[in-house]
Ligand binder design. Structure first.
Ligand code: COA
Length: 219
């Protein structure tokens, strides 16, 4: 078991770059890990269709808005979807936005349709003006959580951010993750949640805060 864990951690410390062909595996991983996330719990429909809607949403979101920027990294049972400096503001244009509309509506259902835009507006309003690496989503398979994979995976990109003297930014949707992010050098700024939503904490990591372990990227 220890050898398995060491191998998984080593894999997470040297993740590979994801491509379009990985979108299926990744969307299942993200859907399983975010099924009970407090913020997704607030925007997603509350019926038995939730898991499948979440998977479909992540599939299209990753393919259209994240994987093309080349900063989604994965290892067995773990993945981190980053956007490189400057990419958050690039919405991909009208046709890409339209493609995401159906999976988004399916995810929220009619009664929660307004929550997603409220969340998106709050996030956009609070994004820092300067360039930074943005951690859009990170997930470890539920059965592998707490073994150190998430920390190793984060370290792989943060080391590169440090080498480029680039800051990093994320929105923490689950108080359980605060300790991990703080250990990686992120500092809580403020709660940016839209009215009525659960806490969503903007966290900033100044450029070259520190080197995090021996993680590296394999491609
Ligand atoms: C957040 C996540 C990526 C962390 O990866 P991980 O491999 O479980 O984390 P590590 O083992 O490297 O680090 C452990 C730390 O992660 C945090 N953590 C979050 N969820 C956890 C879980 N289910 N089990 C154990 N630790 C968890 C804690 O801060 C823990 O630190 P602590 O020991 O001081 O409590 C992973 O738990 C996950 O996929 N969670 C669900 C999706 C999610 O919350 N994504 C991020 C949204 S902002």
């Amino acid at each position: 078991m220890n050898a398995d864990r060491d191998a998984l951690r080593a894999g997470a410390a040297s993740p590979r770059r994801a491509n379009d062909a990985d979108a299926g595996v990744l969307s299942r991983l993200f859907a399983a890990s975010f099924l009970s996330d407090p913020v997704f719990d607030w925007i997603a429909r509350r019926d038995p269709g939730r898991a499948q809607a979440l998977e479909r949403f992540f599939f299209w979101l990753l393919r259209i808005r994240v994987i093309p920027f080349g900063e989604v990294w994965m290892s067995e049972g773990a993945a981190a979807a980053w956007l490189p400096p400057g990419a958050f503001a690039n919405s991909g244009g009208f046709f890409k936005q339209i493609k995401l509309l159906a999976p988004y509506m399916r995810l929220c259902g009619l009664s929660r349709l307004a929550r997603g835009p409220a969340l998106a507006t709050a996030m956009e309003k609070n994004h820092p003006a300067e360039p930074y690496f943005y951690l859009a989503y990170i997930a470890v398979a539920p059965r592998l959580q707490g073994l150190g994979l998430g920390g190793k995976l984060l370290g792989a990109t943060l080391n590169r951010a440090d080498a480029a003297a680039m800051p990093a930014y994320l929105e923490n949707s689950n108080p359980w993750n605060t300790g991990l992010y703080e250990r990686c050098g992120f500092i809580a700024r403020r709660n940016i949640a839209p009215p009525g939503g659960p806490p969503l904490i903007a966290m900033w990591r100044p450029a070259a805060a520190r080197s995090y372990g021996s993680s590296s990227l394999s491609q």
